[in-house]
Design a protein around this ligand. Structure first.
Ligand code: ZN
Length: 139
């Protein structure tokens, strides 16, 4: 069940927030968002040509090591780094939850501003963190 927070107290302009959710096409190799070309052709699967090649190389490496399509071969250090960033975000969520819970029935706009600031700061590094599978055929 999702957490619910009281509405922003007596805010004149910001009483409702509408979130438009567009599907984001992501590179099959690095996970970066792909800007739609607007053409009528097949949607792009890779953000750049070299990533198509690295994806192919990773598939060859995975096949050689007996790894199926549902599994990835990644470096442990990269997984650990991602876990560290997720831990930071989890801690920030907990801090924000505590602040909101402690601020009474109708937290002021400053409490929400601070909450957003804390969450954006914690989530920012995750935006550039993608797990790239190993592709080096010598690996
Ligand atoms: Zn890419």
């Amino acid at each position: 069940m999702a957490d619910r927070y009281p509405p922003i107290a007596s805010s004149s302009a910001l009483e409702y927030v509408t979130v438009t959710k567009k599907p984001i096409q992501r590179c099959a190799w690095c996970g970066a968002a792909i800007v739609a070309s607007g053409g009528s052709g097949r949607p792009r699967r890779y953000c750049r040509r070299s990533h198509r090649q690295r994806h192919y190389e990773s598939q060859v490496l995975a096949e050689r090591r007996g790894i199926n399509d549902d599994e990835l071969l990644v470096e442990r250090a990269k997984v650990n780094r991602l876990h560290d960033l997720l831990f930071v975000l989890e801690a920030a969520c907990e801090d924000v939850r505590t602040d909101l819970d402690a601020s009474g029935e109708q937290p002021g706009i400053d409490i929400y501003r601070q909450a957003v600031r804390v969450l954006l700061e914690a989530a920012g590094p995750l935006r550039e963190s993608y797990l790239e599978p190993k592709a080096d055929p010598r690996a």
